[in-house]
Design a binder for this molecule. Sequence first.
Ligand code: PHE
Length: 449
Amino acid sequence: MSNIERGSFTTKIGVIAATVGAAVGLGNIWKFPYTAGVNGGGAFILVYLVCVLFLGLPILLSEFFMGRKTGQNPKGAFRSLSNQKGWQFFGVLCLICPILILSFYSVVAGWTAEYFWQALTGGLEGKNTAELTALFQGFSQDPVRPIIWLLVFLGLTVGVTLGGIKNGIERVSNILMPVLFLLLIILAAHSLSLDGAKEGLSFMFKPDFSKINAKVILDAMGQAFFSLSVGLGALITYASYFKKDTNLPQTGMIVAALDTMVAIIAGVIIFPIVFTYGISPAQGPDLVFIALPNVFNQMIGGQIWAIAFFLLLAIAALTSTISMSEIVVTYLAEEHKFSRKKALAILFAICGTLGILCSLSFGALSHLKLFDKNIFSLIDFTASNVLLPIGGGAIAVFVGWFVNKHIIYEEMQQGSKMKRSFFAVYYYVLKYIAPIGLLLILLSQAGII
Ligand code: PHE
């Protein structure tokens, strides 16, 4: 086995802050509102919540189990829990998936950095919806500026990951996640005072069941996996750094609950703004970047809110990108004996190149389309809606059917006072409901049922 010295998270709060930091990010604040908007609101959100509870959470707990039990990267974890070689293929998937996600994610993270800069230099001040739309389009289609931000962001990610577990990830997360939370709650309270609050809330919470179709369900599932960071070994990797006294079930539930809460709060912030300022909820990926500056402009001290918000959003994105790069680094270090530095240099080169293509797909390369999707959406779709569910399904089947139940129970019990009945429910959902649900969704998307 590897002889690499492994760090670990030092405190309980550190474990939760870092794991919540990995889960909470652009997925909650940028992707959730626009995906909900595109898919008609309430019905999507309902399906999303069902997916979090019956697919996301059991798989998240299983990743925790695999990581802490084995103390290894995803491929090593599969290997040490089963001698059937085939499973290691899914370990390899845990190398490809974070690379794909990091590539398009860094583009959006770069956008947040640009908006932080714009807020700082007064570039958003006094602009109306039309002007803000033009500003975003001009920027995102620019061949240079977004690419510079993307590379700066990737560079930062690589830099913090190089610092390792204790000095890098834990320290950053501990301080900044609570501040972000507070800011979101203040913004939500402000949104609820707007004229469009009632309409915004009913868009979110009054499901129109006639809107539920195969695409809505697939998008909701993909969003649940993406937001919880399950299905690609991020949580196997993080849990491999947990100590034996970490309470796995409790930590898992806190992470899932906070992650879901942040997404819902983001919706409560965005949709009242959307209906107050006549923005289309189905606007797409630019929704947050157009909706929010609108409202900052109306708030007292608006510029300060804008600066704080985009800074924290960029940081939330950073705590997520760090987790993606950590998966890759741990994997390459343990499976291929790469140094952290070398692994990170390779990661930077690959994600930088793919990221540039994603960024250009809003401008110079916008004509390049496959299945009616530009490069950016194609990579997002492939990773979030195809690979994450496949990876998640593999983890559910593996832990549910191929690992001895008592081993799982014993590991889950270390550091927790988990009730037998809780374990029984988790195990049942993992073994039967999650795999069947996933299969049905993937088959219906493929047009087979
Ligand atoms: N969950 C993160 C978010 O919501 C994104 C992410 C996906 C992070 C996969 C790590 C792994 O922004």
